[in-house]
Design a protein around this ligand. Structure first.
Ligand SMILES: Nc1ncnc2c1ncn2[C@@H]1O[C@H](COP(=O)(O)OP(=O)(O)O)[C@@H](O)[C@H]1O
Ligand SMILES: [Mg+2]
Length: 241
């Protein structure tokens, strides 16, 4: 479903990572872990074509997203992204944030989008906030709205970039719960997170980025029971402290 082959990226001639390859099947949930600055966000941004890799190929459902002829909005329909800082439009109400993309891309009429947005807001108990602005709701609520905004597009895959890192501790749980719920519905996802217990619980695969390359890629259980990869072992030990 998602096929990444030999992807490298540098900024100003400094290599962030080299030769990243992995495949995801439908329903896989990949956790990307690694020290700060190792390129986790950059890798997600390459998959969503916010950044362009220097080398390699990225296929989603057989479509080469790096091909110049591939329409960017086609890619954005297939790939949802949830950011650490929510990235809601502050000047738009909750419901307008959610309906903006599907209406703009011509996937739904305004009425259809609003109906679906209210449906989704009901599911997360935020229907009463539909006319509020982002500044009027909590961080946890903002992130859940951001997740709904990506769900309304009916994506093939959702990329989460540290979705709980900017939240007060008491709001982390509600966001993780929502991600878990989406996972249980079979959504394919990539999650960058430092919440190791959450990863252990939810991810089917783990990719450990370290020293500019893939240091480990395999099943979640193997990642957490691994004895051979010293760097991974140390990283996990530190993360659980
Ligand atoms: N737009 C950019 N221009 C220059 N350097 C960048 C840019 N984005 C990221 N970097 C650098 O690339 C490296 C990886 O960053 P990032 O992907 O944010 O790491 P992580 O998400 O793992 O913390 C860092 O050294 C960062 O400073
Ligand atoms: Mg990052």
């Amino acid at each position: 479903m998602l096929e990444i082959k030999g992807v490298s990226k540098s900024f100003n001639n400094i290599n962030v990572f080299k030769n990243i390859s992995f495949n995801l099947e439908k329903g896989d949930r990949l956790a990307i872990i690694g020290p700060s600055g190792c390129g986790k966000s950059t890798l997600l941004r390459c998959i969503n074509k916010i950044e362009t890799p220097d080398e390699g190929s990225i296929y989603i459902d057989g479509i080469n997203i790096l091909d110049k002829n591939t329409n960017l909005s086609e890619i954005r329909k297939k790939i949802g992204m949830v950011f650490q800082q929510f990235n809601l439009f502050e000047n738009l109400s909750v419901i307008d944030n959610i309906t903006l993309a599907p209406v703009k891309l011509g996937l739904m009429t305004k009425e259809e989008a609003e109906k679906e947005a209210i449906n989704l807001l009901k599911k997360i108990g935020l229907e009463d906030k539909k006319n509020n602005y982002p500044s009027e709701i909590s961080g946890g609520q903002k992130q859940r709205v951001a997740i709904i905004r990506s769900l309304i597009m009916n994506p093939e895959i959702i990329l989460f970039d540290e979705p709980t890192s900017a939240l007060d501790p008491e709001m982390v749980g509600e966001v993780l719960e929502l991600i878990k719920k989406i996972a249980s519905q079979g959504m394919t996802m990539i999650i960058v997170s430092h919440e190791m217990n959450f990863i252990k619980n939810i991810a089917t695969k783990v990719l450990f980025l370290d020293e500019k390359k893939v240091s480990f890629y395999g099943d979640t259980e193997d990642a957490f029971t691994n004895k051979d990869n010293k760097r991974l072992k140390e990283f996990l030990a530190k993360s659980f402290k």
